[in-house]
Design a protein around this ligand. Structure first.
Ligand code: ZN
Length: 306
């Protein structure tokens, strides 16, 4: 009898949680992007292109459609060389979109002896892993919103990739229907509010956080930006879309007063809190599943400088 109960419970938990993204999956994706083989994913290198191809492979696994053309890779020019952003879409019940982004490039290697690879596990393999995880979560679902997933290149050289793709008119069919963009930037560590929490840059500029928190599941929370003076809202890839007057904020967990790993060689998988990331990704997915073009209509106020 005891055995039967245990079996029933096990089956129940498998059924209940089968839709969730596993910690192992999150670990695999982040560890691959932040591996030494990727040599810091600097724009213009072979390893940067390998990272783009890996993300394209993950998009394919999630049955995403191309944003434009015949590939997930969306080319742009970098010093006379063709480099790529990566873009995929998932059609929902409506043609109104939510967007998810992060940057996959990082700063390469240094001339130091010993560990000279900038793995960029937090910056920003964690952001890419988060958007891939959200696509994983939604794989077998049909949410109300359609979703666009964008992995930007060249952020570290001045937000080159997001600028290129945001001005690419081949994607206007998406941008014209883009309700909001969630840009994930450094989400690998526990926030100053504890687990299951992020902050939103430029929270005073729109009501996105209020509308999201109203629908958020399992205690997931978007907090106000504690570093408002640093103007992070205008300093990350989201700004390329702010210029188009699209609601676009960056979301982060990093404690800027303590983050000694920022642009250092020790930004590797040892600093990643995989339990926290897995929880955030699954709760994000569940929350997004509840959002629709009627209950989620974020608007800017008049304080934004476009
Ligand atoms: Zn970054």
């Amino acid at each position: 009898m005891k055995k039967l109960t245990f079996l029933t419970l096990s089956l129940f938990s498998i059924l209940t949680f089968s839709q969730e993204v596993s910690k192992e999956r999150i670990k695999t994706v982040l560890s691959t992007l932040a591996s030494d083989e990727m040599k810091g994913r600097e724009i213009g290198t072979q390893e940067n292109e390998n990272a783009a191809n890996y993300i394209a492979k993950l998009f394919k696994e999630n049955n995403l459609e191309y944003c434009t053309g015949k590939s997930y890779l969306v080319p742009f020019d970098y010093n006379g060389k063709t480099v790529y952003n990566v873009c995929g879409i998932k059609k929902g019940k409506t043609d109104q979109y939510l967007g998810f982004s992060g940057h996959f490039d990082h700063i390469g290697t240094s001339d130091k002896s010993g560990d000279n690879i900038y793995n960029g596990a937090d910056d920003d393999a964690s952001g890419i892993t988060t958007l891939v995880g959200i696509a994983d979560y939604l794989k077998n679902k049909k949410p109300e919103f359609s979703m666009v997933f964008m992995a930007f290149n060249g952020e570290e050289k001045g937000m080159l990739g997001s600028r290129a793709i945001s001005t690419d008119t081949n994607l206007d069919h998406i941008y014209n229907k883009l309700t909001a963009l969630f840009n994930f930037e450094m989400v690998a560590t526990e926030s100053q509010w504890g687990k299951n929490a992020l902050y939103m840059t430029g929270d005073g500029f729109s009501d996105l956080d209020e509308l999201f928190n109203k629908n958020a599941v399992n205690g997931l929370k978007l907090n106000a930006d504690p570093y408002a003076k640093q103007q992070l809202f205008y300093r990350s890839d989201n700004v390329s879309f702010v210029k188009k007057k699209i609601i676009a904020h960056s979301f982060s967990t990093v404690d800027m007063t303590k983050a000694s790993h920022y642009h250092h060689e020790n930004d590797d998988i040892n600093i990643v809190d995989f339990d926290n990331m897995t929880q955030i990704i699954n709760n994000f997915g569940k929350t997004l599943d509840k959002l629709n073009p009627k209950n989620f209509t974020p608007k800017y106020n008049d304080q934004v400088k476009f």
